[in-house]
Design a protein around this ligand. Structure first.
Ligand SMILES: [Zn+2]
Length: 201
């Protein structure tokens, strides 16, 4: 490692911070100096929180959302409607949809999308588990909320075909979302429009 103008530990912290998304050299320096001045208890709490995320968060056994137990907060909430399953690509999409307050059902996180270019096939996603959930019964509607991108559309098409013979109605978010946009970055109004306007897949 190249020797910077700062002492070893400080330099090391900045190198680690720079690996984080959206953190450049200037921000890394600012955060590092902030931590240097901060109370030792606060910095210990931050370090522990980072490790706890790595040690305790795992996929929900039912929907693959992030969970700190066997089931995520949503699956373990008895007020949620198990008859509705909203299928998303990643946990961040789930959070965006949750923020609209429109979803009272459960989710299923695919952990990605089908992408031949990236070598991701249906078998790399949690599709089998989704089909099993739907076949287990009690589901009235499956809402496909994959991104309106080439990969998201391809994934939705594949899921629609697989789910067709389950007899459960499958809907897809409306095109309130611009093609090529991503659910995680969509604003609330756009998501609401897309969710309310969902149509048969
Ligand atoms: Zn869950």
């Amino acid at each position: 490692m190249s020797a910077g103008p700062h002492s070893g530990p400080l330099q090391r912290l900045m190198e680690e911070l720079k690996k984080l998304p959206g953190i450049g050299a200037r921000s890394a320096e600012r955060i590092a100096f902030h931590l240097l001045k901060a109370d030792r208890r606060d910095t210990a709490a931050l370090a522990e929180a980072i490790l706890a995320v790595k040690d305790q968060i795992r996929p929900c056994l039912r929907c693959y959302n992030l969970a700190d137990g066997e089931l995520c907060n949503i699956c373990s909430d008895p007020r949620r409607d198990p008859g509705q399953i909203v299928v998303v690509e990643q946990p961040k999409d789930l959070l965006s949809l949750e923020a609209t307050g429109l979803v009272n059902g459960l989710y299923h996180v695919l952990m990605g999308h089908i992408s031949p270019l990236e070598g991701v096939g249906p078998e790399d996603l949690t599709i089998d588990a989704l089909i099993k959930r739907v076949r287990a019964g009690g589901v009235r509607e499956v809402i496909l909320a994959t991104n309106p991108t080439v990969e998201g559309d391809m994934t939705a098409l594949h899921l629609g075909n697989l789910l067709a013979d389950t007899g459960v109605p499958v809907t897809r978010l409306a095109r309130g979302l611009a093609p090529g946009s991503q659910i995680e970055f969509a604003n609330r109004a756009m998501l609401e429009e897309a969710f309310r306007g969902r149509h048969q897949a």
